[in-house]
Design a protein around this ligand. Structure first.
Ligand code: ATP
Ligand code: MG
Length: 231
């Protein structure tokens, strides 16, 4: 089975990466494809450019063999609908698909475009915090609930599985807010991504991007690097 991890990734952080790894290991997925969306249909537009979001995902997946960056939504014109993405994945791969969603993203799934068609093409694994009480499900969902990984393996698509994962209370919104206050993004994401954010002055407000400030920021990075190298 192939895991599909979609998101704006504005920026990507450990709250995306760790649950994806835990789900991948417990379902013995052959791979997890991280798919940054270009124009999210259900929310505000991302702050960072598609190129920067893509680069940050690329930096995040490169050290985990089963993780892949998939740029198909960024290459497609117009809004990013999961139903279109899944269609194109099903054409390319001959393996069952598992859509990976956080509990917040799953809430409202039945308002997504052609959500019934999505369930014909993929299972959904909803990662939730330990002790999470599964809400009373509407009838479209309750009939699809799986109790075990085997149930997913034994059918091609359409099952829902709630899976407890290590809870990391990290959100991209908080990271952007902290950056706007001039704070660091370190240790909330792979170090390469935090450095990319600093080096490219992402999520800063306008006054942080003037040249005098940028020299100062770069000097701090150089100093940090120098300190590490000379230890
Ligand atoms: P934003 O704050 O901008 O909404 P985000 O951190 O929620 O960003 P998204 O790109 O919206 O990230 O989320 C992509 C997917 O990752 C969604 O399915 C979401 O539920 C899940 N996700 C995001 N953060 C976490 C987290 N800390 N733990 C588990 N799942 C998460
Ligand atoms: Mg979100």
């Amino acid at each position: 089975m192939i895991g599909i991890m979609g998101g704006t990734f504005d920026p990507i952080h450990f709250g995306h990466l760790r649950p994806a790894l835990e789900v991948s290991e417990r379902l013995s997925l052959s791979q997890v494809r991280f798919i940054p969306c270009k124009v999210p249909p259900h929310r505000d537009q991302p702050m960072a450019s598609p190129e920067d979001r893509l680069k940050m995902v690329e930096l995040s997946v490169k050290n985990t063999p089963e993780f892949y960056l998939d740029d198909r939504e960024l290459r497609r014109e117009g809004a990013s609908y999961s139903v279109d993405t899944l269609k194109s994945l099903c054409e390319e791969f001959d393996e069952p698909m598992v859509l990976m969603l956080g509990a917040d993203a799953f809430h409202g799934f039945n308002r997504w475009k052609n959500w019934r068609a999505i369930l014909e093409m993929a299972h959904i694994v909803i990662s939730c915090r330990p002790g999470y009480k599964i809400p009373k499900l509407e009838s479209w969902a309750s009939g699809r609930m799986a109790e075990s990984v085997e149930e997913l393996e034994n059918s091609k698509a359409g099952k829902l599985l709630f899976m407890e994962v290590t809870q990391l209370a990290i959100s991209a919104t908080d990271i952007r807010r902290q950056r706007l206050e001039g704070l660091s993004a370190r240790y909330l994401m792979p170090i390469e991504v935090a450095d990319y954010i600093t080096e490219n002055q992402l999520y800063c407000n306008a006054q942080d991007t003037d040249s005098s400030q940028s020299i100062e920021v770069n000097n701090i990075i150089d100093l940090e690097r120098h300190a590490v190298l000379s230890r």
